[in-house]
Ligand binder design. Sequence first.
Ligand SMILES: [Zn+2]
Length: 189
Amino acid sequence: MKTILISLCVFLILIIQHVRIENKQLHDRIYYQNNYITNITTQLHYIDSTRKYVWRHLPIGSPLSLTLIRSKFGNRRDPITRRWTKHQGLDFKGTIKDTVYSTGAGIIECSGWNHGYGKCIIIDHMNGYKTLYAHLSQCIVSEGMYITDNYPIGMVGSTGRSTGAHLHYEIIYLNQHKDPINFIYLNLK
Ligand SMILES: [Zn+2]
């Protein structure tokens, strides 16, 4: 009888030990899986914020609330000399009451008078892209300022070499002018 009881006790102790080991292993597995999920979530957040950061700094969309194109990018007769020249940007119709907005986040590289461009703003988007907004009646941002996308930077005007109130808008990528028409209707932000 005594032997049976001892055997039973030993058997029970072994079972309890086994259950304890199983519990510990399960606990460890849950702990590592939780850590793994936390790491993946952190990485996904990082990827998402990087994607948003990249999109925010691309010159996408229109610099005016109302997009009415007056003159396209490419060869055209110069409105003043009547000679064929390459138009390096896009002209939007506008009035001096219209606010001009940044199309992407970046740093104000130039804000003020710029030869034939008149009152002009250049934004460096810090990714190879720059945008230029010309013939403004007013520049309302200063050089060196960091601005977000869709930020008010100036007012439409007719300063410099201009024949009437409009916004001349250029997109420059690594010193090469790009046709803004390929950017203004994109809505990827
Ligand atoms: Zn123009």
